[in-house]
Design a protein around this ligand. Sequence first.
Ligand code: ADP
Ligand code: MG
Length: 156
Amino acid sequence: AAMRHLPYFCRGEVVKGFGRGSKELGIPTANFSEQVVESFPSDISTGIYYGWACVGNGDVHKMVLSIGWNPFYKNIKKSVETHVIHAFKDDFYGEILSVVIIGYIRSEKNFSSLEALTSAIQEDIEEAKRQLDLPEHLKLKEDNFFHLPEGKTVNH
Ligand code: ADP
Ligand code: MG
């Protein structure tokens, strides 16, 4: 069921999140605006996904993305956050992030400790890297979507 909407193409501005300290954990997550999140299929599963991402018209990188319940809205709205698997020199708030979501890794979980959480995320990242090296997934890295003019939104 999680796979029904995939691959999912999405483009939108990177906004301030709710400061859960992802960056302090070494795993910053670029948040999409509420408006972009609302454009997602309402029945898309929460959890962790992998795919490709690019900032502005920069290079295309591997990513892991979480669709979760947004604590800011008392968990009645979703949040969509992308960790790009790349070391950026600077933050990129306000830039346009383009993502193609390709596959599902796991559902959302509650972790008993910060260590358990970060090690799960590290495993997600390793899984994403492995999956994205497969020829059928590498193909989407070259998709025309990443070369469309900025600001143009393509959701399907
Ligand atoms: P916030 O709560 O504002 O989302 P985070 O701690 O999650 O704060 O950090 C996210 C921000 O970090 C992004 O909006 C982006 O500007 C910056 N950033 C730097 N490197 C990355 C990366 N590899 N992946 C995602 N965001 C990154
Ligand atoms: Mg974030």
